[in-house]
Design a binder for this molecule. Sequence first.
Ligand code: GLC
Length: 511
Amino acid sequence: MMWPMPWLSPGVVYQASCYDKVMLALKIAVIAAEMSPYAKVGGLADVAYALPKHLKLLGHDVVAVIPYYKFMDLQNLAKELVGQQDVEFAGRTYHVKFLRTHLPAPQPVPVYFIYQEELFSGRNKVYGHSHDSLRFAFFDWCVFLLFEAIGWAPDVLHCHDAQTGLIPNYLRHVFAKKPFWQKTVTLFTIHNLLYQLVEGMWYQVPPEKRDRGHNTPPDDPAKLRTMNFTLRAIRNADLINTVSERYAQEILTKKFGEGLDGYLLRRRDRVFGIINGIDYSVFNPSLDHHLSIHYDWNSLDKKLVNKNALQNSLGLPSNRDVPLIGMAHRLTEQKGFDLILHILPALLRQPVQLVIVGGGDREYLRQFRQVAKRHPDQVAVHLEFSEPMASRIYAGSDMFLMPSRFEPCGISQLISLRYGSVPIVHKTGGLADTIVDFNPRTGVGTGFVFQTYDPDDFLVALVRAIETYKYPRVWEHLTWQAMRKSFSWELPTRKYVELYQRAIRLRHAVG
Ligand code: GLC
């Protein structure tokens, strides 16, 4: 495929220029349903936290907006009330408050919360309510009211994933008529195309009821239920991107397009890929306070201390010669758990240990609990996600499994690289963009990559890894190489700024 913007194509190294310094500071609002450290369900929260921070570092005027959920009451947030009003929405009146806090120094980005007791702030779950469409349609609408209330007209509304998908729609069909919003553009970032509606799945909606995304979203809670938020964003956003270059190509195909490939293809000149970064001030074995001992690529022997501590804490035999394979994900179909269950009997005939942390699908949890019971010397599970446990697994494991069926970007494999846990991944999406298959003859590579989503292919990659592990010098070289790979936020942040500028230029060219 032809890349519409050569600087965004794979392999092109972006050169920082003096332009970075002289460019005009943009007013950017990053909007999402979750944002670390206030509310985290998945990787979206990490991106929504890191991107504003790094945009601010480049000198932009940036704010973030998220809903206020009940569990935030416990976080002792210093917040101020910056506005409140009654809002007529979907046949009712809701009282809404706009609250503000700041990310901690040195980048004290203002974070605004939309506080509405009944829809968000009296509830603990971020997603999974019976009226999520109404909740997030309301949130999207309130984003406009918030900025009008505080008199801050953004240049860019950067909307993340389905929950913010009606924002480009409301802007184009309702708010753009007002002078306040005339220069505002939208960028819609797809973190996972599978989730398009905020209630249920798109493919479960009978074809005759499917939203086609015309005009303004309905003002009726029953009709909102079948609104495809992502489709509406794709139709209305100035630009669209996803979180890796490869996934940006994949979503244009039937196989990965989740029923929206036709809509995306029609706007393919507006679809880009920018790989996520990770925040090395957070994910770093030389700073992580959950570890037994800190280490970096120059002190790999200390990684062994972490391995030993992990084995002891989980009741696994303490043995440095047995490769310890780690996983830290939500147990969902997307992450390849079917493949793992399929190959487990064969894998456990090898001298390996397997450690899993993560909550998720009940059936997977049940099956893994059983496997751990049957193989107490080889398998340990901690089936509830915990950050300290995840850190210890990254640090204590030798290999990290990520055989996702599809993966828009993936953050765990980037963390595992930095912690020296060599990733074993399926060649898809962001995994394909970030992990280079190890070639023992040339010594080049950072992990083990398998081509087809198939148990045999996966097992071959695992066996290659286990065999390589038998050669300590080769393994040490591979680990060292993986750890030195950098996926910081600097480059992606600059690419996002270029997308914002491109959206603004396109808008001016049109009108
Ligand atoms: C979603 C995707 C994952 C991505 C993350 C952050 O969770 O599934 O691949 O890394 O969003 O963009």
